[in-house]
Design a protein around this ligand. Structure first.
Ligand SMILES: [Zn+2]
Length: 492
């Protein structure tokens, strides 16, 4: 009895010490946010900038699966529109057209030795999904301004950024400003189809000219509001990397024949078994790399249990991972995802098919190569009779750009100068952007614009009722203007 109470006593003492250590850890974990002097508020005429954006939305620069003559005509019309809307930009910057439709502006800096930087956006938009037109509360290509918003396809993705960059440069050129470092503006025309004709061609051109950029900033991640549990402040998530994509085709074969005398193995059965095994054994998920840096940056800004657990990741790592993997959005940050997307096999009710195929799309985490995915699939399905082929067009994950790099610092500095409340953290972009074509041309590639979104808004992206609030659009312009003003003569 005495011995038992001593054990309990030691256990209690240990628990108390541990609890104190964890609490101390939580309180000691300091904010990683920069302290920055507030920037003066730029006087931007909200009405006229909104109208110029609305005008660009009316031009149907749609990227369909197969190129359309109407869309090409709309791109040329957009070029004329931009030239008329931004006269100072077109007087002060050199403009060249790449593959007829992509635009590359060059704003010569005063310091020839400074590394140039690049701001990107794309001119094309996705179509409105057939059958969803009537669900819109505005005409998708009407450029309507209503209830404090500019409505329409492209308001977010990506004419908002395109026009905001030009508004910022127009304001600066009109005021006689010249940047210390050369600034490129690269506006592709086929981002929604992969950017091979536009951004990739611009990259080839610059590479041939020996251009090396300090950093590239393109669309990508956003300022999220109320989307990070435990965080009340808005979070500006800067995409420091983007995931890759690879689709594997699995083919099961069997002896074809009459369905009245089936063997023990059918192509469909073998394929189904393989797919079921794959779905039950996803690739390893953990908080590492960019996800780890993201949570460690956000944690000190949180409150309550989220802060307590995340600042003590050394102890609660597995529990946290278990919780995060349950949600598809956070699981995607932690692993290479598996998605079974197409299945085909058989064409007659009484015939055993000779083969069955399935296509499985993997989104690759930085660090996982296509060969790692193939090895994983081979091991999990454990069926040497199923052929595995990597479909053409697989792209690896991008390299991870440094959060200590000058590009990240410049974006962070600008954001904090404009809004001291915003929490800036690195994150991983799940989709793909034109900026991946600039990899290797720049020291850092960042995917971010200060578009604000709540979780409800995410469905508007490529979806119904795409819109941007005029006040947020004004913030975009102020952001690009401040970023350019502060871009300084760094990177010698
Ligand atoms: Zn886009």
């Amino acid at each position: 009895m005495r011995r038992l109470s001593r054990v309990i006593g030691i256990a209690l003492a240990f628990t108390a010490v541990l609890a104190a250590a964890l609490a101390a850890n939580m309180l000691r974990t300091r904010s990683r946010q920069l302290t920055v002097d507030p920037a003066p508020v730029a006087a931007i005429d909200a009405k006229s900038v909104a109208e110029r954006l609305a005008g660009a939305i009316r031009l149907r620069t749609v990227s369909y699966e197969t190129p359309s003559a109407d869309s090409r005509a709309a791109l040329l019309e957009l070029h004329r529109y931009l030239a008329a809307a931004f006269p100072h930009v077109h007087a002060a910057l050199a403009l060249e057209t790449v593959h007829d439709y992509s635009l590359l502006y060059r704003w010569e800096g005063t310091d020839a030795k400074a590394q140039p930087v690049m701001l990107m956006a794309h001119q094309d938009v996705v179509p409105v999904a057939p059958g969803t037109e009537s669900a819109w509360h505005a005409e998708p290509f009407g450029g309507e301004i209503r209830d404090g918003y500019v409505w329409g396809r492209g308001a977010w993705d990506d004419k908002g950024n395109l026009l905001a960059i030009l508004e910022a440069v127009e304001r600066l050129t009109a005021a006689g400003f010249r940047p210390a470092r050369t600034i490129y503006l690269a506006f592709g025309h086929d981002e929604e189809n992969g950017g091979d004709d536009g951004a990739a061609a611009i990259a080839t051109l610059l590479r041939a000219r020996g251009v090396h950029l300090g950093y590239v900033l393109d669309e990508g991640m956003l300022i999220t509001e109320g989307m990070v549990p435990g965080l009340d402040l808005p979070a500006a998530l800067i995409g420091v990397a983007e995931k890759g994509s690879a689709t594997l085709r699995l083919t099961a074969t069997a002896t074809p024949g009459h369905s009245s005398m089936p063997g023990s193995r059918t192509a469909i059965g073998a394929l189904a078994t393989a797919l079921s095994r794959l779905e039950r054994a996803p690739m390893h998920a953990s908080i590492r790399g960019t996800a780890a840096e993201m949570f460690d940056t956000l944690a000190p800004e949180m409150h309550g249990a989220n802060r307590f657990f995340l600042t003590n990741r050394w102890l609660f790592g597995r529990i946290i991972e278990h919780g995060l993997v349950a949600s598809p959005a956070t699981a995607a940050l932690m692993r290479t995802t598996t998605a079974e997307t197409i299945i085909q096999g058989g064409n007659k009710q009484n015939v055993l098919p000779g083969s069955a195929d399935a296509w499985v799309n993997f989104r690759l985490l930085p660090g996982d190569g296509v060969e790692d995915v193939v090895a994983h699939v081979r091991r999990v399905i454990a069926d040497p009779d199923i052929a595995i082929v990597v479909e053409p067009g697989a792209t690896p994950a991008s390299p991870v750009s440094a959060t200590r790099g000058e590009g990240y610092r410049a974006i962070e500095h600008t954001l904090r100068a404009l809004e001291p409340n915003v929490v800036v953290a690195p994150s991983l972009l799940l989709g793909a952007t034109d900026s991946r074509h600039m990899q290797g041309l720049a020291d850092g590639v960042y995917r971010f614009s200060p578009v604000r979104a709540t979780s409800i808004d995410l469905a508007r992206f490529h979806g119904t009722d795409e819109r941007i609030s005029i006040s947020n659009y004004v913030e975009l312009i102020a952001f690009y203007e401040r970023l350019i003003r502060d871009s300084g003569p760094a990177g010698r």
